[in-house]
Design a protein around this ligand. Sequence first.
Ligand SMILES: Nc1ncnc2c1ncn2[C@@H]1O[C@H](COP(=O)(O)OP(=O)(O)OP(=O)(O)O)[C@@H](O)[C@H]1O
Length: 251
Amino acid sequence: MSDAAVVLKDVSVTVHQQNQTKTILDDVDLTIAPGDFVTVLGTNGAGKSTLFNAIAGNLAASGQVTLAGQNVTSLNAIQRAKYIARVFQDPKLGTAGRMTVAENLVLAQHRGERRTLRGRRLEAARPQLQAEAAQFSNGLDQLLDSPTETLSGGQRQSLSLLMAVQKDPALLLLDEHTAALDPHTSAQLMALTDRVIKERHLTALMITHRMDDALKYGNRLIVLENGRLKADYNAAAKAKLKREDLLEFFD
Ligand SMILES: Nc1ncnc2c1ncn2[C@@H]1O[C@H](COP(=O)(O)OP(=O)(O)OP(=O)(O)O)[C@@H](O)[C@H]1O
């Protein structure tokens, strides 16, 4: 049995469109160690989201997917959700707008359990939620009783991140989670993301179009092109990598 956090073997995704067959993920082999923070680059249409969908079980894929030592290939997306948490680009996804920040967080803590949200549970969790939200230093801790829809995009994305990590997922998928934010808020969320990943010893994959973030964060960088894994830089190679070195993939 492998002690890797993620193993993909010959993972391919083929779609049929207008009598044509197109391979949008092509024989991807990838092994990720526990605690790795892998940044994922590639042009539009390179297959980055398809890779995430194949891992999460949102798309039919051939090949084999192993998460936390378990072969999950035959499991659907709902069954794989036990291992995976994902944060999307859109601040509206991932949080329930009419519910308060505290309610969203408590729901995330009990994700997958057949229990309803009770006032007592909310009150019991409050001190811990307050402390966690305070780490984000963007005012989230003062908004625990506010409906989530009244939050700024940055606050909502930090809430989505905090919700995603509540149950220490075996794999955190960050799907351009800073893309909709202004540069300052994006930088703030990236710093928080990095801290949360390190503190909780999470394994994470992060898609980004911000090359500087891909270089600055994480201990491994991969590049996808036409559905293939085109480059794979380990920590040592990544440390030497410069923006210019990556431009060849984006001409
Ligand atoms: N369900 C689908 N059916 C048909 N084609 C698809 C499907 N999903 C993705 N594609 C196509 O597969 C290719 C890869 O798409 P994907 O969304 O994975 O790229 P990406 O690297 O995430 O791009 P972006 O940076 O624009 O988000 C694209 O050409 C896209 O149009």
